[in-house]
Design a protein around this ligand. Structure first.
Ligand code: 13P
Ligand code: SF4
Length: 334
């Protein structure tokens, strides 16, 4: 193996431990061993590569992952997802070690809402409550009243009086979808996810003509014209459950391609077609999510780095709206 101290000193620059791994070792077996030795749990989002999903203790959507992070007894949480997800786990677990295989695993949606700009925006709407999608930084969470995910956003909005003015940030597509569903007129921040905005309505329509029986299932981060042709709209977990319950044999899946692994695993006789992006790139793969690899996962468990750390005052400010989300979700049985 290369010198671990050199690799650690470079960590800040590259975001992960750049250490050679013996190619003959069985990474799956080693990761299982490390989990037991260190009382570590691996929480993975559906957009992670299949190998990571297969070695995870829990795979879920953003709400499910936050709920697991809240209740785990593990000493180490290894978060196979993006930075805001691992940060949420740390906010909920100040005394646990939270590891992220690659610290550069960010999120374009989170980046579209810098807290210093959002603070000015918020000041212009003093009588508004701020509901913020979990895909944001701890700084944004600290400026929010309630956090939500795509699984609980509707219920969280409906838990507020009809006349309550609301700012919804940072996803304008999810916000517009929720305005339509709830009949509210929330003020929207102008942010978006680079992956969910890349789908081509024209290509989805062409696919639907070739597969007329296929159900179009879409994530609400997609743009309104794409959502308008969907048979079902929901969070990643909701899309997976729909594919399990539905009688349909074919599905056109309009979200990041990672979810297809679980869909195919739990429905071996059904066909899942990833919705195409509007060009020939693989842009329906999230470049941030896919920065994590099985190798980086193994190294971060072995050397317990990179670790998520945070100032305590920021953590406490960000905790309040997350806790409110978890409490409301519990009330609604989510
Ligand atoms: P959910 O898994 O909560 O639906 O979120 C999707 C997403 O884009 C996460 O980055
Ligand atoms: Fe962020 Fe979109 Fe990637 Fe999810 S899919 S992590 S919202 S960039």
């Amino acid at each position: 193996m290369a010198d671990i101290n050199i690799a650690k000193s470079n960590l800040e620059r590259v975001g992960f431990l750049d250490v050679d791994i013996d190619p003959t070792i069985d990474l799956f077996a080693e990761i299982e061993k490390l989990k037991k030795e260190k009382n570590a749990i691996i929480l993975a989002h559906y957009y992670q590569e299949p190998d990571i999903q297969d070695v995870a203790d829990f795979i879920g959507d953003s709400l499910g992952l936050a709920q697991q992070a809240e209740k785990t007894n593990a000493d180490i949480i290894v978060f196979a997802g993006v930075h805001f997800m691992a940060e949420t786990a740390k906010i909920l677990n100040p005394n646990k070690k939270v590891l992220l295989p690659d610290l550069n695993a960010g999120c374009s949606l989170s980046d579209s809402a810098p807290p210093e700009l959002f603070r000015l925006f918020k000041e212009k709407h003093p009588d508004h409550i701020v509901i913020t999608y979990i895909n944001c930084s701890a700084g944004m969470k600290a400026l929010s009243d309630i956090i939500c995910t795509s699984s609980n956003a509707e219920k969280i909005i409906e838990s507020l009086p009809k006349e309550q003015n609301i700012i919804f940030a940072p996803d304008k597509n999810l916000g517009a979808y929720l305005n339509k569903k709830t009949g509210r007129n929330m003020v929207l921040w102008n942010g978006a996810c680079m992956v969910h905005e890349i789908f081509s309505l024209e290509k989805i329509t062409k696919l639907k003509i070739r597969h007329p029986q296929a159900k179009v299932i879409a994530h609400p981060e997609c743009e309104a014209p794409v959502l308008a042709v969907a048979d079902f709209i929901g969070s990643t977990t909701a899309l997976l459950k729909y594919s399990e319950k539905s009688d349909a044999a074919e599905f056109i899946v309009v979200t990041e391609t990672g979810i297809l692994h679980q869909m195919q695993k739990s429905n071996p006789n059904k066909t899942f077609i990833p919705a195409p992006p509007n060009n020939s790139c693989a842009c329906n793969d999230c470049p941030h999510m896919k920065l994590n690899t099985l190798e980086k996962l193994y190294l971060c468990m072995e050397y317990e780095t990179p670790e998520i750390t945070m100032a305590e005052d920021l953590r406490l400010a960000a905790l309040k709206p997350i806790q409110r989300m978890l409490d409301i979700s519990k009330q609604y049985g989510l």
